[in-house]
Write a protein that binds this ligand. Structure first.
Ligand SMILES: Cc1ncc(COP(=O)(O)O)c(C=O)c1O
Length: 910
């Protein structure tokens, strides 16, 4: 650990809070179980009082149990009411851990019950499940005023309303930010009047988690300015929240920038009832799911079906004597919701004007795009749509070679010329990292020298990668735009849909950065800085800042919603932040969308995308934070456990990212000496970071390879599914669907496997032991070097000697069998030795690692053959071992012509 890394004993405040409550429970239980006399002599009471002091500091940011109840407990404890305290604490812990206070908030008062005492948890459950949330009031109220406000809101609350809220009052700017950071229940914020800046006192236990909040220093600003500043910060960090401003400033004196950060402005004299109704209206709007609701309504209507789809209404299933079980398995609703109708409240995905249009607009707001499109055939299709919409035959696309295969096929379809970029290799674990920025810039400058920069249309990168490597999106975009100010970025965020819902991650997403840079480049301060920057350059130095007069923000992100958020399989979204979309792209986008979209898109997938959007707007922040916390707990458990660490090792940031890309010095998320290292600085500055929810476990030390570990051990014996393996590792992921129980099961399973190895290995004889040792060495050390992209054969080079090749030409040339031949893999090296060039006709994609080692038109290097020779994976797409490597016949290569560079430079307006 470097000096500037800061570490904490808990990963986050949620962990700290639960730990404090659990410790309190055990201290007060100990007091109760001790005799009266000895209780007085033990430290338990002192400990409990100390815990309560810390809990009071934490609970001030929550409504339940909240600091008021903690203070009551303190008093009871001082009065030695041990049994009562113990009972209350146990009940609070139960409610907090089970979350039951949220779905059945029994402590709420309703309109007609305002005279009843609020005694915490004792009231009877009332009817249907409630959706509980909290409203943060930022206002320097006295305790009595706070109680009066709570009472007034209780009087307004309707018994049958499923949306119920309590208030949490924060009396300073800093405390409001702290509450927003740690209290997941907050859904609306009311900034009333002018709060002071500084928090009274921030508890020492909380401080390490709040550094980013404490760094925001507005102490010099007047209190009148603080409300609007707070509104602006919330808009950036938690844009899904509704924020209201209560002020005395006359409307004509409020700046536009203030107005746009608030959902509504209220005046001091306005009635609290208006505010209450506005809060509920805001929540209801977010709760709305236009398409899902329309589909639900449609499914209730008794309709005669005289169009396609015998399955709709379940008629072909439930009346069947042979497949009724199928209907019973899925339930009636899935059939009732199956229809090919686009009317009756439903809508057409191909030309949406109603509920699907609205659902996509709501998704666009939630994901921070300018336009969002639902796709029902996975990101494989989203990628092809975006490419076809944006690139024309002959355009150059800079692309990471180890990207998903849909991109390579997309390029073939679009006729674009790929310029492959190599990611740095992580040789020890047979994986690729990501493409360093210097590699991207070097390639762009090479193309510039060759007079080809104008043909570069797109930069396409995978963020994050399957293994969890995350780019510094802002840095990449800034420095690339400095060289080519109109380049289009396609960020493949197939694994990153969840990232938009917590700030640390969000700042590395395409949509967030697009918006940020758009505003930045339009500011006067940027123009001044740019001018100074240009003046400071010497000779042929390349500017590292984009020219604000030329730069265009054109960013696309494709996300497999189904991979990391709630959606049925294949649910995907295309998010667009392209300032030229309407003017230049919408028509070609529509064509591309039509090309790839079924005329019978799956309604269940669309409804799930709509419902998933509602979910992330209400609980995305909480669920993503929890999935990170769970991932961190898996990392810590494996790292610390004496038996597990003998056979397994969770790969660290250092294993994945070379030092040169990590100026923050963060090399591990967790160490046994220091606990948790804070990740925020690294995520703000480093060139690459590792998404902790992608946990790569090196299993080679157990003598078992990744594939066998996945299939024979995890799947066959323990029913644990994982996605990816390498030769000596496996990849686990936590997501918003991961539970504490499933994490415990995983750890238990690893313990079983390790326990079995502990028993088996000592029982081996010498020879057997040698074999195991050799296997471990082979898995961990004899790893074949990953081959770089060689080059396109001159017949398929866009321009001789310049990066970029015509993959489409090679692809279709191979459709004629007479152009191709097969060569046995073990003969290839000799053939190369004799001077013949071998050129692949197809994509060859070993799985794992799952990226093409060969693409059509690529020259087969010795390294690639050596890699394929030692590769011991079962699946190699595009290669049939019984036939050999498919290559072009020599005579074909001699006759194909190199494509010449376009004589004219096209501009996008042409
Ligand atoms: C980086 C990347 N992009 C795109 C895809 C395709 O996504 P989908 O399965 O939604 O078609 C995948 C699938 O694994 C992927 O890993």
């Amino acid at each position: 650990m470097t000096n500037d890394q800061k570490s904490t004993a808990h990963f986050n405040v949620a962990q700290l809070r639960v730990d404090l409550w659990n410790r309190l429970r055990s201290e007060v239980q100990s007091i109760v179980s001790d005799t009266w006399e000895s209780a007085k002599n033990t430290n338990h009471k002192k400990e409990a009082l100390e815990l309560l002091k810390n809990l009071a500091a934490v609970e001030q940011y929550y409504s339940f149990p909240g600091s008021k109840k903690v203070k009551k407990l303190q008093k009871s404890l001082e009065r030695e009411e041990y049994v009562a305290v113990s009972r209350s604490v146990a009940e609070f812990v139960r409610q907090l851990v089970s979350d039951s206070y949220r779905s059945n908030p029994q402590f709420m008062k309703y309109k007609e019950e305002e005279n009843q005492e609020d005694e915490g948890t004792e009231q009877a459950p009332r009817g249907a499940r409630k959706n509980y949330f909290e409203v943060l009031f930022v206002d320097n109220l006295s305790k009595n005023e706070e109680e009066a406000l709570r009472r007034k809101i209780g009087e307004l609350r309707e018994k049958d309303e499923h949306l119920v809220y309590d208030i949490t009052v924060q009396r300073s700017f800093q405390d409001a930010l702290i509450a927003l950071l740690i209290n997941f229940n907050i859904q609306s914020v009311v900034i009333r009047y002018a709060p002071p800046f500084k928090s009274g006192e921030i508890n020492e236990l909380l401080r390490p988690f709040l550094e980013k909040v404490i760094e925001l220093d507005y102490s010099e600003r007047s209190e009148e300015e603080l409300g609007p500043i707070l509104g602006k910060i919330i808009k950036q960090f938690r844009p899904e929240l509704d924020v209201y401003y209560v002020t005395d400033t006359a409307l004509q004196n409020l700046k536009d920038s203030t107005l746009k950060n608030f959902r509504r402005i209220f005046y001091r004299k306005d009635d609290i009832q208006e505010l209450h109704l506005a809060i509920l209206r805001g929540i209801r709007e977010r709760y709305k799911t236009p398409f899902y609701t329309a589909l639900k309504e449609y499914s209730k209507k008794p309709v005669g079906v005289f169009h396609a789809m015998p399955i709709s209404r379940g008629n072909s299933v439930f009346k069947s004597r042979w497949i009724r079980d199928f209907g019973e398995f899925y339930g009636r609703n899935i059939c009732l919701a199956e229809t090919s109708s686009t009317s009756g409240g439903l809508d057409s995905l191909l030309q949406p004007t109603g509920t699907l249009k609205e659902a996509q607009e709501m998704a666009s707001r939630a994901y921070g795009s300018r336009e969002t499109f639902f796709v029902t055939n996975g990101t494989s299709t989203s990628n092809k749509i975006v490419q076809q919409a944006l690139v024309e035959p002959g355009d150059l696309v800079l692309i990471d070679r180890d990207c998903h295969k849909s991109h390579h096929y997309g390029l073939v379809l679009a006729g674009a010329l790929p310029v492959y970029l190599d990611s740095y290799p992580i040789e020890k674990y047979s994986m690729y990292g990501a493409v360093p920025l210097h590699e991207i810039k070097k390639t762009l400058l090479e193309l510039k020298s060759a007079g080809r920069l104008d043909n570069v249309k797109m930069l396409l990168l995978t963020n994050c990668t399957f293994d969890g490597l995350v780019y510094n999106v802002e840095k990449v975009m800034e420095e690339v735009l400095a060289i080519k100010p109109d380049v289009i970025f396609l960020w493949d965020e197939a694994w990153f849909a969840f990232a938009g819902f917590t700030y640390t991650y969000k700042q590395r997403t395409g949509m967030f950065v697009a918006n940020k840079l758009y505003n930045k480049y339009r500011s006067d301060s940027y123009r001044d800085r740019y001018k100074n920057h240009i003046e400071s350059l010497s000779g042929d130095e390349v500017p590292s800042m984009p020219d604000p007069g030329k730069v265009k923000i054109r960013v696309y992100a494709t996300q497999s919603t189904h991979k990391t958020l709630t959606s049925f399989r294949q649910g995907s979204m295309i998010h667009v932040w392209d300032e030229d979309f309407r003017r230049l792209v919408s028509d070609s986008f529509q064509e591309a969308y039509m090309t790839h979209t079924s005329t019978s898109p799956n309604y269940q997938i669309l409804a799930s995308l709509d419902a998933g959007r509602r979910q992330v707007q209400f609980e995305g922040y909480e669920l993503v934070e929890k999935s990170v916390e769970l991932a961190m707990s898996v990392r810590a458990k494996i790292h610390d456990h004496p038996v597990l660490k003998k056979y397994f090792r969770v790969l660290t940031v250092r294993d994945f990212i070379p030092d040169e890309f990590r100026p923050s010095g963060l090399d591990e998320y967790y160490t046994d000496q220091g606990g948790w290292n804070r990740m925020e600085d690294a995520w703000e500055h480093d060139e690459f970071v590792l998404d902790p929810t992608k946990i790569t476990l090196a299993v080679g030390l157990s003598g078992i390879d990744g594939d066998t570990f996945k299939n024979k051990y995890l799947m066959d014996q323990y029913n644990i599914q994982i996605n990816k393996t390498s030769r000596n590792s496996i990849l686990f992921m936590t997501s918003i669907g991961t539970t504490r129980g499933s994490v415990a099961y995983l750890i238990n399973t690893l313990l079983h496997i390790a326990g079995n190895l502990d028993e088996e290995l000592p029982a081996l004889n010498k020879k057997e032991k040698d074999i195991v040792e050799q296997r471990i060495t082979s898995l961990m050390e004899d790893v074949p070097p990953l081959p770089d992209f060689s080059h396109f054969h001159s017949s398929f080079q866009a321009v001789k000697g310049v990066p970029g090749g015509d993959i489409r030409k090679a692809y279709f040339l191979a459709y004629r069998q007479e152009n191709c031949e097969y060569i046995a893999l073990d003969e290839c090296l000799d053939i190369l030795e004799n001077g013949r060039e071998l050129v692949s006709t197809t994509f060859v994609i070993p799985y794992p690692p799952g990226f093409p080692v060969l693409v059509p038109g690529q020259v087969i290097s010795r390294e690639i053959i050596r890699f394929l020779l030692v590769l011991d994976v079962k699946e190699i797409h595009g290669y049939r071992p019984e036939l050999g490597v498919k290559v072009f016949k020599e005579k074909v290569l001699g006759t194909t012509e190199t494509i010449s560079a376009p004589t004219e430079v096209k501009t996008q307006e042409d």
